[in-house]
Each structure stands twice: as C-alpha cells, then as structure tokens.
Design a binder for this molecule. Structure first.
Ligand code: PEP
Length: 258
C-alpha cells in the first residue's frame, strides 16, 4: 500500500506573516512524524520563505502551478526550473480552479506533467467532474478522459511516482464532501484504469488522494477506504490545529485501520 500523503493547498490565502507562523508551527509539531508524508503548497511569492522554514523538516513544499515551457517570454508566469531552484519538490497540476477558472485544457496539463517529471518535480495531478457531469451520469467518462489525456506520453517509471488527486468540483470549497463510498468508487475506477494501462505493480504505487471539503470530521472515514491514499486539503489546511488534526488522524489510521 502506498504511504499516505496529506497535502495542504493554501491557494491565494494567508499573509506572509501568517504563512510563516503556520509553517513554523507545522515544522515544530510534525517533528518525527512517521508513516505519513506531509506537504504544503503556498502561493508562489511565499515559496522561497516557506522552503527555507521547512528545509530539513521532512515536510514537502510544492507550488500550486507552473508553466508548460522551460523558459521564455511568458509574462506573469513561473517556470518549473525556478521552483526547483528554490527548493520545491512538488507541484499541483490541473487543479479544478486552473481548469475551470483559468481555462486549462487537458493538453496543457499534460505538457506541464511531462515537464515536471523532466525537471525532477513530483506532480500532484488533479482531476474530477463538475456537478452537471455527475448529475448526468458522466463522472467516469470525464475522469477517464482527464486521466488518459493527462498521462499521455509519460514513461511508466514516471507514472509510478505520480500522486493523483481526485477532486470532484462540486465538493471543492463547498462544505459538501463526497461520501466515502462516492470517493472510493471513483478511486477504484482510476486504479482500474491505471492497472489496465500500466500493470498491477505500477498502478499499486500511484497515490490517489481525495480532495473536496476535507475536515477533521470526515478524515477518518475517507482514509478508511482502501483506495484513498491521502488527502488534498484546501480550507482546513489554513489553520494549524485543523491541519495537524487531519495529519494525526492519518497516522492513527495507520496504527489501527478500520
Ligand atoms: C483544494 O484546494 O484542492 C480543495 C479541495 O479545497 P477545500 O478542501 O477547501 O474543498
């Protein structure tokens, strides 16, 4: 079973001082955390500072996005090489806000995934259906398309290093999380697609996180699902206590799986 991975996506939130305080507290309180991988994804402008606060702590720092080209005339953009240079190890790609607010299409996300691997960054590849897609029974069809298009051309070794975050769009920031059964159904479907395309061994190494209104209240039952290997946490990652509670519940789950 892959090691659980809990990631906080801070989005466009927190001041520099708040980000510093939160990272410092996580560093202090997650010393010696075992069995669970933890990461945070601050806004671009805070990444350097947070990388320096968390250096050597074992907590991963990721960006929330990157450009699909290595460098060039792309005003306002940030490259993967820049992220590497300042100490980021991970990058969220294909988040639903990037897809649906900023119009990123599957091909763009695929180009970013390929480049992230080429640069030695570990992508957290997000996918998930919109409310109307679920309501019209097209969840699997959408996830199938996003997954296949996103992974197009990746080497099998790269796929094995991937973290996928299943985030139904209707659950993100809405307070309405997917039920454990709804999430597990899609996670199993994703695992099945990976198995078919890349074989049992590789598919079993891919971590599939759930994301969408995760809180300490729903963490245990989500993580109790066999195909949920971690969580991508938005709102609840902005407060020290709630995020740490989620991490400690993931550790608890390892000790006494339901
Ligand atoms: C997210 O940022 O990916 C997310 C799932 O947000 P929230 O937990 O706030 O729904």
């Amino acid at each position: 079973m892959p090691r659980p991975f809990i990631v906080g996506n801070w989005k466009m939130n927190l001041s520099l001082q708040e980000a510093r305080i939160l990272a410092t507290a996580l560093r202090k309180r997650l010393v010696g955390v075992e069995g669970v991988d933890v990461g945070v994804c601050p806004a671009f402008v805070f990444l350097m500072e947070i990388c320096s606060i968390l250096k050597g702590s074992g907590i991963f720092v990721g960006a929330q996005n990157m450009h699909w080209e290595r460098k060039g005339a792309f005003t306002g953009e940030v490259s993967g090489e820049m992220l590497k240079e300042i100490g980021c190890t991970h990058v969220i790609l294909g988040h639903s806000e990037r897809r649906h607010v900023f119009g990123e299409i599957d091909q763009v996300i695929n180009a970013k995934l390929r480049l992230a691997f080429a640069l030695g960054l570990r992508p957290i590849f997000c996918l998930g259906e919109k409310p109307e897609e679920r309501e019209s029974g097209r969840t699997f069809q959408v996830v199938d398309r996003q997954l296949k298009a996103g992974l197009e051309g990746l080497e099998i070794e790269e796929v094995s290093l991937l973290t996928i975050a299943y985030e139904p769009v209707w659950a993100i920031g809405t307070g309405k999380n997917a039920t454990p059964a709804q999430a597990e159904e899609v996670h199993s479907y994703i695992r099945g697609l990976l198995k078919k395309a890349y074989g049992e061994e590789v598919s079993s190494q891919v971590r599939i996180q759930y994301g969408g209104s995760v809180t300490p209240q729903n963490t245990a039952e989500l993580l109790a699902q066999p195909e949920i290997n971690g969580l991508l946490v938005g709102g609840a990652s902005l407060k020290e206590e709630t995020f740490l509670k989620i991490v400690s519940m993931a550790m608890e789950q390892l000790r006494s799986p339901i």
